[in-house]
Design a protein around this ligand. Structure first.
Ligand SMILES: Nc1nc2c(c(=O)[nH]1)N=C([C@H](O)[C@@H](O)CO)CN2
Length: 117
């Protein structure tokens, strides 16, 4: 199976468990992988047959910024649900990193895999 992916989609948003996090914006970095069959898009050379990564990036950013969220697990789950609902894919992998959350680590995060049905 083929994959359309987006690496390090940067989203500034209100994210975090603690009170001090609820009045500031922090950066999340998302890696997205959508399993799909790219052959129709390639054969037709037609964006309408493809999973448009520009549209995906916009929809995911809007979803994450819509309201404050506490856990990055919640971000990952909501993004996976959106991708499965709105795009022609049967399996997605969503990684959400929160760089700077642990000063002694380069980054921290979660990675989930979800399938349709
Ligand atoms: N598994 C998780 N652990 C933690 C999260 C989280 O979203 N998932 N969040 C925090 C705080 O918001 C932290 O990022 C503040 O620096 C702590 N642990």
């Amino acid at each position: 199976m083929d994959t359309v992916f987006i690496k390090k989609l940067c989203i500034d948003t209100v994210i975090g468990v603690y009170e001090w996090e609820k009045s500031i914006q922090q950066r999340l970095e998302l890696d997205l992988e959508l399993q799909c069959d790219t052959r129709q898009a390639a054969a037709s050379d037609d964006i309408r047959q493809a999973l448009d990564y520009s549209v995906i990036a916009t929809e995911v950013t809007e979803l994450v910024q819509r309201e404050p969220i506490e856990l990055i697990e919640t971000v990952a789950e909501r993004v996976a649900a959106l991708l499965l609902q709105n795009f022609k894919t049967c399996r997605v992998q969503v990684s959400v990193s929160k760089p700077g959350a642990v000063p002694t680590a380069e980054t921290v995060g979660v990675r989930i895999v979800r399938e349709a049905g």
